[in-house]
Design a protein around this ligand. Structure first.
Ligand code: PHE
Length: 343
C-alpha cells in the first residue's frame, strides 16, 4: 500500500506538470494515463491486492487521481483548441465557400422603388394605409358622394360582411388619412396595392399597384405640380422625354389633367405600344378640390395642394419588356429569376 501511494504521488506530479502543444501530445497523455491500458486502469487493478481494511482509503485516493487527470486532460485539450497549430482542423478553411443563391427583386418592387426614390429626393415622405377601407376614405371624403357616377368608373370589390367596407380602388385613401391628421404642410408619396373588379387580360388585372402623391401647403400652384412631375419623368425616362398635359376629370381635383410622355419605344413616331399616337399616358393629376380639403378639416381658403396618381405595372412592363401583366402575379420562378441583376 505504501509503495503504491508513493508511486501515485509521483504520477500526480507528472500529471500536474504535463503539457501538450499538439493533438498528438494530447493523445499521448490520454493513452498514458486514461487509456484502457493506461496507468490509472493498472493501478485500479491493484485493488484486489489491498487488504480489506485499506480498500476504502485506496479507492478514495484512486478516485481523486482519476478526476484530477480527467480535468487536466480537458484543460490541455481546450488550450490546444484555442490555437491553430493543433491537428484538430481537418477542414481546409482556404477553400471557397458554398455559394448562397440570391433571389431577385420583383419587377413591380423595382419599379415602385424607382418611382418612390425620385420623389424622396424632392422631400416627399412615404406614407402607407389599409387595403381594406371604408367607403368614406375611399370615396366620400374624396368628393365622390353616394350616387356619384365616378363610383362606376372604378368597379369596386365590397366585403360581404359589411357593405361599408371595400378593397381600396386607389391609394388616395392614404392621402385622406394623412390630411385628417392635420399636420401641415403635407408632402407624401403613397405606394400600395389596389383592387378593381376588372376582367383579367394581358393588359389589365383585378389588382395592381399605384403610387400616388400629395403636396399641401400655402400657395401651392399648378406650376408646382407641372415642375414636380416634369422633374420626375426626366429622372425616370431621361432628359429627352417630352410631356403633355391633357385636361381631364377627377372628382377630387380641379382642374384635373392627365399627363402623357413621348413614347419610349418609338421615340414619338408611332408604334403598336402607343397605338400610333407617339404618346403614352402615365398619370392623372390635378389641384386638390377644396371640398376634399374641407372634408378633412383643412382650411381651403388658406391652403392649396396638388395630387397625382400613377400605376406601377404599366411602366414596369415597358421598362423590362414584359408583354403580359399576368406574368407579374403568377410567381413562376423561371420568370422571376430573370430579374436578379435588374435595377
Ligand atoms: N386616384 C386616381 C386613380 O386611382 C389617380 C389620381 C390621383 C388622379 C390624384 C388625380 C389626382 O385613378
Amino acid at each position: 500500500m505504501d509503495q503504491l501511494i508513493q508511486q501515485i504521488e509521483e504520477y500526480k506530479k507528472e500529471i500536474a506538470g504535463a503539457t501538450a502543444s499538439s493533438a498528438e501530445e494530447l493523445e499521448n497523455f490520454r493513452t498514458r494515463f486514461l487509456g484502457t491500458k493506461g496507468i490509472i486502469k493498472a493501478l485500479m487493478a491493484e485493488m484486489k491486492n489491498i487488504p480489506a481494511d485499506q480498500k476504502k482509503e485506496f479507492g478514495q485516493i484512486m478516485n481523486g487521481l482519476k478526476v484530477s487527470t480527467e480535468e487536466k486532460f480537458e484543460t490541455l485539450k481546450s488550450a490546444i483548441g484555442n490555437t491553430t497549430n493543433g491537428k484538430e482542423h481537418t477542414k481546409d478553411i482556404t477553400l471557397p465557400g458554398d455559394t448562397i443563391a440570391t433571389g431577385a427583386r420583383h419587377p413591380v418592387t423595382l419599379m415602385r422603388n424607382r418611382i418612390v426614390s425620385i420623389f424622396q429626393r424632392l422631400g416627399f415622405a412615404v406614407a402607407e394605409g389599409p387595403e381594406i377601407e371604408d367607403d368614406f376614405h375611399n370615396f366620400t371624403a374624396l368628393n365622390i358622394s353616394e350616387n356619384h357616377p365616378a363610383r362606376d368608373m372604378q368597379d369596386t370589390f365590397y366585403l360581404s360582411q359589411n357593405p361599408d367596407w371595400l378593397l381600396r380602388t386607389h391609394t388616395s385613401n392614404i392621402q385622406i388619412r394623412e390630411m385628417e391628421k392635420g399636420n401641415l404642410p403635407i408632402r407624401i408619396i403613397c405606394p400600395g396595392r389596389v383592387y378593381r373588379n376588372e376582367t383579367v387580360s394581358s393588359r389589365s388585372h383585378c389588382f395592381f399597384h399605384q403610387v400616388e402623391g400629395l403636396y399641401i401647403d400655402e400657395n401651392v400652384s399648378f406650376a408646382d405640380l407641372k415642375q414636380t412631375l416634369y422633374f420626375f419623368v426626366q429622372e425616370m425616362f431621361g432628359k429627352d422625354v417630352k410631356v403633355r398635359f391633357r385636361p381631364s376629370y377627377f372628382p377630387f381635383t380641379e382642374p384635373s389633367a392627365e399627363m402623357d410622355i413621348s413614347c419610349q419605344l418609338c421615340g414619338g413616331s408611332g408604334c403598336s405600344v402607343c397605338k400610333r399616337t407617339g404618346w403614352l399616358e402615365i398619370l392623372g393629376c390635378g389641384m386638390v378640390h377644396p371640398n376634399v380639403l374641407e372634408n378633412c378639416g383643412i382650411d381651403s381658403t388658406k391652403y392649396t395642394g396638388f395630387a397625382f396618381g400613377m400605376g406601377v405595372e404599366r411602366p414596369a412592363l415597358l421598362k423590362y419588356g414584359i408583354n403580359d401583366i399576368r406574368l407579374l402575379s403568377e410567381n413562376d420562378v423561371r420568370f422571376l429569376q430573370q430579374f436578379t441583376s435588374a435595377t
